[in-house]
Design a protein around this ligand. Structure first.
Ligand code: NAP
Ligand code: MG
Length: 462
């Protein structure tokens, strides 16, 4: 695969300060497909300087002009859609149709939504004798994970640019090629030099340098709760804005009146997509005791059909980690009804679509984020029991509720401690705020709520 050997800083590809490289691996066959530079604090410093220098002019650019630039960026992403999908498939391992539809398709939708929002958002309002201005927070340090490599970049960069902020991005070490492609798209869209900058590198080196940099006004992070806590602490000590999009252990609550086959089928598909590497995946399926056995049979059958359609996990570490969780589930007494810990192929980081029955709420596989194709089916006795189980983790990112009618599902969803709930299979909405309750994070992404994260307010009194 084609890769740049430098960093995108100040509108050009510049040589990295150091000589260390990151090897990019195709998780489907474990072959090295490219190398990118491993950035250091020096590269981060150069990128933050470029972002600071570009900030006054970009912040002063009329929103309609910023909107036009984001629309141009969206158009480049559309034109390069196939290349994006191929790149994500090569470095993440997602099957190509999924890469085309989701990994390339969703960022195009999100970029388009911010082109519109930048043009229509009320950056100024009258409140009594005051005029209140929504002004950009400043320089944004964006740190993104590998699981939806382009989506997570666009979900931060597009609203930041719409708000008038400038950005330094440190993408995940496993998926830097998608980030380089995005930087090319920014360049092609003629977004002014320094408004977007890219430093590839390792989390504890380049990521940490960015999170700690005094020239960064807001850190927006998506990834593990462990790293998120550290970034939140650093930002807190510096009285710096922070947005954290962390892990999840979301519940798929199937009420007794639901269409069981549909609820189970969609629930399994929700987890198996992207090989279970989705922070908002409904990895706990909650089923009433009266329909439990039927649900288990349907889930096992649905998981089996995913056997050869599922991609690998991203890397060897995740492969070992997820299989370790499956072994732990067996050891703690859960019953395997599909899949298991054995690697299904000789080569590549594949895990079989796995379903556990007889999972109790306190088991490790019901509490911790596995980040693989593993569903735990938990039995409940009544609605209060279901609610207690649904809310019984440290997380609160997403969820689903299925019932005979929407009103019944809504009543249950309103009692859930979680940021997003799909009612009877509700569709993805790129304008709906996305983010977590409890330890799933701080702040919201997407739509106008996502834009507001990058704004601060100033009021003038007359
Ligand atoms: P991670 O380490 O939290 O990675 C997220 C991003 O943070 C990456 O760009 C990473 O760089 C960077 N990073 C790592 N350590 C850092 C530090 N000390 N300071 C600043 N930035 C740092 O997540 P991971 O290791 O890739 O995955 C581990 C687990 O996190 C997964 O199993 C899953 O449970 C969870 N996860 C959640 C999400 C989500 O969407 N909520 C996404 C990915 C992972 P490197 O790429 O170099 O590590
Ligand atoms: Mg990591």
């Amino acid at each position: 695969m084609k890769a740049h050997d430098g960093m995108y800083i100040g509108g050009e590809w510049r040589a990295a300060a150091g000589t260390d490289l990151i090897a990019v691996v195709d998780p489907a066959d474990e072959q090295v497909i490219a190398h990118v530079p491993a950035g250091t604090a020096e590269d981060v410093d150069a990128a933050v300087s470029a972002a600071r220098e570009a900030l006054p002019a970009w912040a002063a650019t009329p929103p309609a002009e910023r909107a036009a630039k984001i629309a141009a960026l969206r158009d480049v992403l559309v034109a390069r859609k196939d290349e994006i999908a191929e790149t994500v498939t090569a470095e993440l391992g997602a099957p190509l149709p999924f890469s085309q539809k989701v990994h390339a398709g969703v960022p195009i939708l999100v970029a388009g939504s911010y082109a519109e929002l930048a043009a229509s958002y009320a950056f100024e309002e009258k409140v009594g004798n005051s005029t209140v201005y929504a002004e950009p927070v400043g320089v944004v340090g964006a740190i993104t994970p590998w699981n939806y490599p382009l989506h997570q970049i666009v979900a931060k960069v597009a609203p930041a640019l719409a708000a008038g902020c400038t950005v330094v991005l440190k993408p995940a070490e496993d998926t830097p090629l998608t980030a380089q492609l995005f930087a090319e798209a920014v360049h092609e869209a003629a977004i002014p030099a320094g408004v977007f900058n890219l430093v590839t590198g390792l989390g504890p080196v380049a990521g940490q340098a960015l999170a700690e940099h005094g020239g960064v006004d807001l850190v927006s992070f998506t990834g593990s709760t462990a790293v998120g806590k550290q970034i939140g602490a650093t930002a807190g000590a510096a009285v710096k804005r922070v947005a954290l999009e962390l892990g999840g252990k979301s519940a798929n609550v199937i009420l007794p009146s639901a269409d069981l086959a549909k609820a189970v089928g969609v629930g399994i598909a929700n987890v198996m997509g992207n090989s279970g590497q989705t922070c908002s995946a409904w990895t706990r399926m909650l089923v009433h005791t009266s329909r439990y056995d039927e649900a288990v049979a349907l889930a096992a059958e649905a998981a089996a059909t995913y056997g050869d359609r599922i991609g690998p996990l991203v890397n060897a570490k995740q492969h070992a980690r997820v299989r370790g969780y499956i072994e732990k589930g067996v050891a703690e007494g859960a019953r395997l009804v599909a899949g298991g810990p054995e690697a299904p192929r000789e080569q590549g980081y594949f895990v079989s679509p796995t379903v556990f029955a007889d999972v109790t709420p306190e088991m490790t596989i019901a509490q911790e984020e596995i980040f693989g194709p593993v569903v735990s089916i938990i039995r409940y006795e009544d609605e209060d029991d279901a609610l207690r189980i649904a809310n019984g983790t440290v997380y609160g990112l997403a969820g689903a509720v299925w019932a005979g009618d929407d009103a019944e599902a809504v009543a249950f969803a309103r009692r859930m401690d979680t940021g997003q709930v799909d009612i009877n299979g509700g569709r993805f909405n790129p304008l709906a705020p996305f983010g977590g309750y409890k330890q799933s994070g701080v702040g919201r992404e997407l739509g106008s709520h996502g834009l507001a994260e990058y704004l601060q307010t100033k009021s003038l009194q007359f």
